[in-house]
Design a protein around this ligand. Sequence first.
Ligand SMILES: [Zn+2]
Length: 273
Amino acid sequence: MSHVGDASEVGDVSEMNDGLDVGGTGEGRGQAARPAVPLPVVPDADWSRVLCIVAHPDDMEYGTSAAVATWTRRGVEVSYLLLTAGEAGMAEPPDVVAPLRAAEQRNACAAVGVTDLRILGHPDGMLEYGLALRRDIARVVRQVRPDAVVTANFDVEAYGGFNQADHRAAGLAVVDGVRDAANPWVFRELTEEGLTAWHTGALLVANPSQPTHAVPVDEDAVRAAVASLNCHEAYLRHVVGHPAPDVMIPEILRAGGTAAGTDYAAAFRYYGL
Ligand SMILES: [Zn+2]
């Protein structure tokens, strides 16, 4: 996501670099040589529900949505939870941008077989790590009861520079909120809402600098992922110099494939919980 008039104007241009650094095309690793030991495949065969939690509209669309398309095609139910509406990401006023980006995200979800889109109202660009955010994440984890949660890279340094502030706050809160959801003694108001504790079995961090696992994807999934990014039409027009999705996304997924020993793959850091 980007912010008009400040240094993070190119915020999502930094996201566009996600892929340029995934799976081994980054600085010093750019020769796309197949590794001696390919990344293992994410052990997703038994999953029936996945919950993807990110800060902004479009955060799922930089290669990760190819994995989503692969899962939904197999019958896995995938839900998206956006912590903000991305309302501070364009030149137009937030009250115009929020519904516009929600509509674009709904289309992006449809492109990869996702119908459950939830958008929280935390402030875009000012997302705060804290108990309120952890509780809101834990609530949705308990509602969805996923086998796995996916979030985006939340390292301080990511995508070829400093990561965006909301991304850092979001990722850390996701890690904690997922664990909070499993503990019946924290956020007891959630229990009063009728939401019982839920233990999520796996956490995946998308587009990490050092992936541990991959989801191999086929050309249909690559096409769906390109389509999902193309759905953020007004937003992409706003980001000056954004590379064409039909060039950028295959490049990201080809890099993942190189690391995984396949043509195309989405790369992740995988944690069993
Ligand atoms: Zn973002």
